[in-house]
Design a protein around this ligand. Structure first.
Ligand code: MG
Length: 221
């Protein structure tokens, strides 16, 4: 999928979605998981992206798909081994995203010592809102993040509570992967995750960025 960067004239292909697990202590606790001592990184394929106004399709393989609302940083200037002090200057903009997760498949993967790719990677499992320019966000570590399901608030938190802040995540990820313009960094979900059902209307917001609204449907089998 192509996205338009606030800092560029032309659109770019998204080459990867970098996702962070357990980046809020209360979410790690609700998952009965330890707080990591370094970032827990996994990837989603760009084919999982869905835009604002789109549909999340529940796959037949899962009976327990959860919402995870997250701040997303959009890379504008790529790089390798980016110093933490320079990391925020590599960001073109911010958006709100959802890291949809087949919790039942993830639980089985964890128990079997297998990767999370299937639990996290289905088509439509990465809704992404429109991108606000980075210049409009004074401090990515001082934003309110919220999710409602059919108008009921399910998640509400502040990005102040991230264990690893955005700059540290970019520096860390760039030591592993060459970052490319258009790469998306899903920075982890706060507490309050839970299941979604066919027919649900999800609305995700982060201070200062356009809201994200998606509808949930069950895959035709
Ligand atoms: Mg997540």
């Amino acid at each position: 999928m192509k996205i338009s960067l606030p800092t560029a004239q032309s659109s770019v292909d998204v080459t990867k979605l970098l996702c962070i697990g357990r980046n809020y202590a209360k979410h790690a606790a609700e998952m009965k998981s330890d707080v990591p001592d370094e970032p827990l990184v996994f990837l989603k394929p760009p084919s999982a992206l869905v835009r604002d106004g789109g549909t999340v399709v529940l796959p037949a393989a899962s009976q327990d798909v959860h919402h995870e609302v997250e701040l997303v940083a959009v890379i504008g200037t790529g790089g390798k081994n980016i110093p933490e002090a320079e990391a925020l200057s590599h960001i073109a903009g911010y958006a709100v995203g959802l890291d949809m997760t087949a919790r039942d498949l993830q639980r089985e993967a964890k128990q079997g010592g297998r990767p999370w790719s299937v639990a996290k990677g289905f088509d439509t499992f990465a809704p992404l809102g429109s991108i606000a320019p980075a210049s409009s966000i004074a401090d990515p570590q001082d934003l309110t993040i919220r999710l409602t399901v059919n108008g009921d608030e399910r998640q509400a938190a502040t990005t102040r509570d991230m264990i690893f802040p955005v700059a540290e995540l970019i520096a860390y990820c760039s030591r592993i992967f060459t970052l490319m313009p258009g790469d998306l960094l899903y920075t982890g979900t706060p507490e309050g995750v839970g299941p979604v059902q066919a027919g649900d209307q999800l609305e995700a917001t982060v201070t200062g960025v356009p809201p994200l609204r998606v509808t949930v449907e069950r895959a035709a089998s």
